[in-house]
Design a protein around this ligand. Structure first.
Ligand code: ATP
Length: 309
């Protein structure tokens, strides 16, 4: 195993059930996550993200393949691995009748150095604006999520594995979480997080892997992916679309997918605005809207050849 790999997965597969009714949730996954990086694991619902995480944590057993974390085998060395990681499950189950404080103290005592851990937990709770004196059953879902994050992070683990960490968190808290992740990386620690929130992944991750139908479709640096950013541009003319404009736009190398609707013309534009602005100036432009593409669209563009542009 390369010394800078924290997670190394080879040929990992999982089929739930058997025979005709079996679901192939993960199909021969090969993936390496390096020390000191924030890796975003992206994919639509049912892609196999949670299955991967549950396999890594030895909560379920693979149908084939293997994986190592810190060079240790996920099945044979799971106790040692669990000691060194922090984990936030997608669906968090906590003791409903206990307060956050009680749970933090209990988990801290199991992990050793209860005092040091509790102190760090207090700092984390304060930053996330979490009241640890409340019983779990009285916490909103967002606040439960915050408690889950505190528990995952309070012993400053070398590796954080987070399943949809910011689901239900308000934007301010998400921002704090992003800052925490940056600090984590600065300390040389590693984060593996699953998400469908593409903008979040864009904001905090170094690399992303895209999973679809149990297969890893791509692994790229976020920087490289976002370099191919394009825009959707919508132009409405006061009277009508100038004659020949759609054809003129189609002929521009930066423009594709031109469609018209009355006095409105919509297109997909890659790169600089200038050629487009010159072309549309032949008419009276009433409104011009520019839409950011979703990261999903950027990915699709990237893998359909726009990356050469
Ligand atoms: P989401 O974003 O919705 O959480 P996901 O990417 O985490 O999705 P998984 O939960 O890993 O996806 O599910 C992958 C596939 O495996 C899906 O088709 C799902 O229905 C199936 N699956 C997951 N858990 C089980 C299970 N315990 N038994 C049978 N099938 C399962």
């Amino acid at each position: 195993m390369a010394s800078d790999s924290v997670i190394e997965i080879s040929g990992l597969s999982k089929t739930y059930g058997s025979g005709d009714k079996g679901t192939l949730a993960l199909n021969r996954l090969d993936l390496r996550v390096n020390r000191g990086e924030i890796f975003g694991y992206l994919g639509p619902n049912g892609a196999g993200k949670t299955t991967t995480i549950r396999l890594l944590l030895d909560l379920i057993r693979p149908s084939a393949g293997s994986a190592r974390i810190f060079g240790l085998d996920i099945r044979n060395d799971s106790v040692e691995i669990h000691r060194r990681i922090g984990f936030l499950p997608g669906e968090l189950t906590l003791w409903e009748g206990r307060t956050g404080r009680q749970i933090i103290d209990y988990v801290g005592s199991v992990r050793g150095d209860a005092k040091g851990i509790a102190k760090h937990a207090d700092e984390l709770a304060e930053r996330l604006n979490l009241d640890t004196s409340k019983r779990v059953r009285d916490l909103s879902s967002g606040n439960k999520r915050k408690l889950g994050l505190v528990i995952a992070m309070m012993h400053s683990p070398e590796l954080l594995i987070l399943d949809e960490p910011t689901g239900g968190l308000d934007p301010l808290v998400q921002q704090t979480f992003h800052e925490m992740m940056d600090e984590y990386r600065d300390k040389g620690k590693t984060v593996f997080l699953s998400s469908h929130v593409l903008s979040e992944v864009q904001a905090i991750c170094d690399r992303v892997g895209i999973l679809r139908d149990g297969e890893l479709k791509a692994v790229e640096s976020v920087e490289k992916i976002t370099n191919v950013e394009f825009h959707w541009v919508d132009v409405t003319f006061r009277d009508a679309i100038p004659a020949g404009l759609p054809q003129q736009l189609e002929a521009l190398p930066s423009i594709t997918d031109v469609s018209t609707n009355g006095a409105r013309i919509r297109m997909r534009m890659l790169g600089d605005f200038d050629p487009l602005l010159r072309a549309i100036s032949s008419g009276y432009v009433e409104t011009l809207h520019v839409e950011e593409p979703s990261l999903e669209e950027i990915f699709l563009a990237f893998y359909s050849g726009d990356k050469e542009s």
